[in-house]
Design a binder for this molecule. Structure first.
Ligand SMILES: Cc1ncc(COP(=O)(O)O)c(C=O)c1O
Length: 437
C-alpha cells in the first residue's frame, strides 16, 4: 500500500503530532536484531529497544515460532473460570525471576493496565484487612504510570493530565528526585535521599491510615531517567513499613535486565510489596503486562473471601492470552540462555562511559544513567519539547531511532547490543546533536 496523506487519514496516532507526522512521515517497515528499516530501505539503529521493550532484539525466531505454534493449537481460551497450561507455566517463570516473596502473578495486557490493577489490588488488600479507609495514593512529580485513569492520576507529567479531568481522588505527589547539583552524575547520586521524607510528611498531613500505597518507578524512566539518590528507596521502604502503606515499584521499564539484574528492586536491594511490569515481559512480540504481588497481600485477599468465591473481581478478556504466554515463555528462555541480564551488567560500564563522553556538546545540559538506561537533557528552545522533537527527527534522518520525552532523549539499547552498536549510537548522537545549540 502506498501511503500518501489521504491514506494516512484514518489512523489517529498515539502520543504523536498527527498533522506534523503525516506531513513528514517516519515509517518503519522491518526489524531484525538491533535494527529497523524504513520504507526507503535504510537501516536505522534502535537506540531505545522500541519503547524499552525489545530487550532481546527484534524478530527473534524462537518467539515468532512459539507464537505461531500456539496460535495453531489454542488460539484463545477464556481466562475467567477456565485455565490454559501456558498461563500457569509462564506465571511460574516470571515468579522465578521476581524477588523472593513476590510470587503471585496477575496478567494484564499492558503497563497501564498493570498500574491500574496494582491500585485495585492495594484497595482490595486494605478492604480485606478491615482498613477500607485507606483510599489515598502517593506518587511523585515527573512520574509516568501509563495512560489509564488510575495511572494518569498517579502520573506527574502535566501534559498527560491537563486535559483529562481531576482523575482518581486522593492522590498526593512527592517531589521528584532531579536535583541541579546532581547533573552529569553517573549512577546513583550521593545527595537527595531526604526527598523520600515527603512521603512521611504527606502521611502525617493526611493521616497515615488513609494511605493505601506509594507508587514509584525505581528509576523514573519516561521523564528522562531519574536515578534514585543513594538511600532514597530504602527510606521509602522504611516509611511504608512504619505506616502500613504498600510500596509499589512500577518496573515496566526497569524490569527484565535493564538495570543489570532481573529487576531494579534487585539492583537497589529494596523489596516492594507489589511490582508492575510489561514491555520486555514478552520482548514486545505480544502485548502483555503483569503484576507481581507479595504473599502477604495475596493471602489476605484470598482468605477474606469464602472458599469457592471469586476473591478479586478484576480481570481482562485477554488476561494470560495463550499467544502472549507463548511469547513470554520463549522470551524467558532467551533471557536465560543468553544470560542477558548479566550481559547488560557487563555492557553497562562501556555504555555509560560512551554516552557520558557526549557531555561536551553545547546542547546537552545533563546526562543521567544507570545500567542500560540513559537520559540526555537538551537545552530547551522557546517552547518545551521543540528541541527534543527536532533532535529526534535529525537522529532518525541520520539512521537512529530513540524515544524523546519533552527535551529529554532516552537511550536504552537492546540488551543484545555489542560494543559496535553502542559506538554507532554514540557517533550518530554526536553527529546529529553537535550542530544544535
Ligand atoms: C513506568 C511505566 N509504567 C507504565 C507504563 C505504561 O505502559 P503501557 O504503555 O504498556 O500501557 C509505562 C510505559 O512506558 C511506563 O514506563
Amino acid at each position: 500500500m502506498k501511503l500518501d496523506h489521504e491514506s494516512m487519514r484514518s489512523f489517529w496516532m498515539p502520543f504523536t503530532g498527527n498533522r506534523d507526522f503525516k506531513s513528514e512521515p517516519r515509517m518503519l517497515v522491518k526489524a531484525e536484531g538491533v535494527y529497523f528499516w524504513n520504507d526507503r530501505g535504510e537501516k536505522i539503529i534502535d537506540a531505545s529497544s522500541g519503547l524499552f521493550c525489545c530487550a532481546a532484539g527484534h524478530c527473534r525466531k524462537e518467539i515468532t515460532e512459539a507464537v505461531y505454534r500456539q496460535m495453531g493449537t489454542l488460539d484463545y481460551s477464556p481466562p475467567f473460570q477456565t485455565g490454559q497450561p501456558l498461563a500457569f507455566e509462564f506465571a511460574n517463570r516470571v515468579a522465578a525471576l521476581t524477588p523472593a516473596g513476590l510470587d503471585h502473578i496477575f496478567f494484564t495486557n499492558s503497563g497501564s493496565e498493570s498500574v491500574d490493577t496494582a491500585m485495585k489490588i492495594a484497595y482490595a488488600y486494605h478492604y480485606a484487612r478491615g482498613e477500607g479507609q485507606r483510599q489515598r495514593f502517593v506518587s511523585r512529580e515527573r512520574a509516568y504510570h501509563g495512560v489509564n485513569l488510575g495511572g494518569v492520576s498517579l502520573s506527574g507529567m502535566i501534559k498527560n493530565r491537563q486535559a483529562f479531568g481531576a482523575g482518581v481522588p486522593g492522590v498526593a505527589h512527592m517531589r521528584h528526585t532531579w536535583l541541579p547539583e546532581n547533573r552529569f552524575v553517573k549512577g546513583q547520586p550521593e545527595s537527595g535521599a531526604e526527598l523520600a521524607d515527603d512521603l512521611e510528611r504527606l502521611a502525617l498531613n493526611y493521616g497515615p491510615d488513609t494511605i493505601a500505597a506509594c507508587f514509584v518507578e525505581p528509576i523514573a524512566g519516561s521523564t528522562g531517567c531519574l536515578v534514585p539518590p543513594k538511600g532514597y528507596l530504602e527510606r521509602l521502604r522504611e516509611i511504608c513499613t512504619k505506616y502500613g502503606i504498600l510500596l509499589v515499584f512500577d518496573e515496566v521499564i526497569t524490569g527484565f535486565g535493564r538495570t543489570g539484574k532481573a529487576f531494579a528492586a534487585d539492583s537497589f536491594g529494596v523489596m516492594p510489596d507489589v511490582m508492575t511490569m510489561a514491555k520486555a515481559l514478552t520482548n514486545a512480540a505480544q502485548p502483555m503486562g503483569a503484576v507481581a504481588v507479595s504473599d502477604e497481600v495475596h493471602d489476605v485477599i484470598m482468605k477474606a473471601a469464602p472458599e469457592k468465591a471469586i476473591e478479586l473481581f478484576h480481570g481482562y478478556t485477554y488476561s494470560a492470552h495463550p499467544a502472549a504466554c507463548a511469547a513470554g515463555i520463549a522470551t524467558m528462555d532467551i533471557f536465560e540462555k543468553e544470560k542477558l541480564f548479566d550481559r547488560a551488567a557487563e555492557m553497562s560500564g562501556y555504555f555509560l562511559d560512551s554516552i557520558f563522553a557526549l557531555s561536551d556538546l553545547p546542547v546537552i545540559t545533563d546526562i543521567r544513567g544507570y545500567g542500560m538506561l540513559v537520559g540526555i537533557d537538551l537545552k530547551a528552545q522557546q517552547q518545551p519539547g521543540v528541541a527534543g522533537l527536532e533532535a529526534q527527527k535529525r537522529l532518525f534522518q541520520n539512521g537512529l531511532n530513540l524515544k524523546a520525552t519533552g527535551d529529554s532523549l532516552l537511550v536504552a539499547p537492546p540488551l543484545v547490543s555489542q560494543r559496535e552498536h553502542i559506538d554507532e549510537i554514540c557517533s550518530k548522537l554526536r553527529e546529529s546533536l553537535s550542530s544544535m545549540t
